[in-house]
Each structure stands twice: as C-alpha cells, then as structure tokens.
Design a protein. Structure first.
Length: 285
C-alpha cells in the first residue's frame, strides 16, 4: 500500500509551520497525524489529544557510577572532556555525552554505560484520527532518532488501519532532526515568510530537500508584510522551478483562532477559502 506522507517544514521556527500543518488536518481523509518537532512540540495544543499510550524513549548510553566500587583515583575526572565528573568524583548525568572514556579508564570497573531515557513517545486519539507525538527531555540529544521513531510509529498505524495519508509537522531548521523528518517522505511543504532571513532560510532548506529528490511546494506566510521580499522569494522559486502552492496574507483572524485553541482553517473557513487554501489542499492528495 502506497502511503502519501506530507511533511511540513521551515528553515527556522516561528514561520507558521505548525499553524499550516494544523490547518490541513481537518481536510485530509484517511489520515494519521504526527508531530516531529520533538524539541518543542506544540501541535497538541490545537488538537486536544487524549493519550492512549506512553513509551519511554532510550537514546544514547550514559555513564553510571558505583560509589561502593569507586576508589577515588580521579582518572575518570581527568579524562572526561565534558566536565561531567567533579573533583570529588560526582557524576552529572545532564553533562554526560556518553563517550564511554570514563568506563574505559576506570581501573576497578566502577563505571558502566547504561541506557538512558531521554524522552517519551505518545500515541493519542483526536477527532481527526490517530496522533503520534513525542517530547525530548530538555537538554538531551538524539532528537533525530526520536523523530525517526515518531515517523515509524505513524507509518505502522497507517498500514494497520489502512490509512492513505500521513501529515507530519516536521522539525524546523536543517539539522539531523530535519533530515530524519524528510527522509523517505512523499512530498514536502516549505513554509517561509516575506523577510530577507525568510529567503535565506528557504534557500538553505530547499538545498537540503534537493538531496532527497522530493516533490516540493512553498507556502509564503504573511506575504503582504513585505511585497518586496515576497517578490524575491517568488523569483527564487521561479528560477528553481519550485511551485508556490499558497500565499497567505497577514491577518489577526489566524491569531485569534489560535488564542481560542481553534484550528484556523476551521474557525476562519471563509478567509481560507478566499486565499485558495482548499485548492492547495486538494493538490496534496
């Protein structure tokens, strides 16, 4: 079964990526929803999910010190490059990077590398369908691995329940969590804004998507705040044969909907109809 996996991404946070992803959800049939912005997830605010199951996510291994075995020789503290071990041989889990050098140099095997829980993965119910989301513990690494787990679970649910579409609120930026968000996807929507930095970030994220041979559409959010920069973005898209799927003008209506925890395309349906949103939605399936 072919699954249509739509990933909504942006070159940086704050462009309206999650707002667009949420607005698409009510108008896509046979749907599984996923939030891959595991560092700062907020799609759940508009979906009001009811959590069905919670799974602990184990990332990298971290050092654990057995104080009874420790002879306070100081070799671990001397060789730790991350200042995770103090002079009096107290180990800080938050600073440990899991390199394992302390375990290697310890002469009495007082240190072992053990699995560390770095986040949680949730499966929830919403009025629009199953929702897979996750949250990384603040300051922890391996967000790319957790993103991969979210997408893996979403695909498994789609196959199990014979769902044709997956909509993913991807991670912002161009780091490993974004690469994990778009690898193997069907199509990508890049959300940008009409600023100089918006064009800069669009170029960076588009260069990344080119390496994955994906179908790409661009959405210019708040395009009328700077028509000059919107024209620059449109010129760049034209020169690179990128489809501009939608241009959204600035309006307080969208802000008001979000404040009320209402999906904007539902709360302001007439506005979204006027800007061609529903034709854009139809182009995705």
């Amino acid at each position: 079964m072919n699954i249509n996996e739509i990933i909504v991404i942006s070159g940086k946070g704050g462009t309206g990526k999650t707002t667009l992803a949420a607005s698409l959800i009510p108008y896509l049939d046979d749907l599984i929803i996923a939030d891959c912005d595991v560092d700062a997830p907020d799609l759940n605010i508009l979906l009001d999910p009811k959590i069905k199951s919670t799974h602990r996510f184990v990332g990298l291994k971290k050092a654990v010190l057995d104080q009874e075995k420790c002879i306070k020789c100081g070799l671990c503290e001397k060789h730790c490059k991350f200042s995770a071990i103090s002079k009096d041989i107290i180990l800080s889990q938050s600073k440990c990077e899991g390199c394992g050098v302390c375990e290697f140099v310890c002469p009495v095997d007082a240190i072992s590398m053990e699995n560390a829980v770095v986040g949680e993965l949730y499966e929830s119910d919403t009025i629009f369908g199953d929702f897979v989301h996750a949250k990384l513990i603040p300051g922890e690494e391996t967000s790319g691995k957790l993103v991969a787990e979210v997408r893996k679970k979403a695909k498994a649910l789609a196959l199990l329940n014979n769902k044709k579409n997956i909509i993913v609120d991807g991670s912002p930026g161009i780091a490993c969590n974004v690469i994990s968000s778009i690898t193997g996807a069907s199509q990508v929507i890049i959300v940008t804004e009409s600023t100089f930095s918006g064009l800069h970030d669009l170029k960076r994220i588009y260069e990344l998507t080119k390496k994955f041979n994906l179908k790409v559409q661009v959405v210019i959010n708040k395009f009328d705040l700077s028509l000059h920069h919107s024209e620059m973005i449109e010129k760049y898209c034209s020169e690179n044969n990128i489809t501009i799927g939608l241009k959204i003008p600035f309006t307080k209506k969208i802000v008001s909907s979000i404040v009320k925890k209402t999906i904007p395309s539902v709360g302001e349906k007439d506005f979204f109809k006027d800007i061609g949103f529903f034709k854009f939605t139809d182009s995705l399936v």
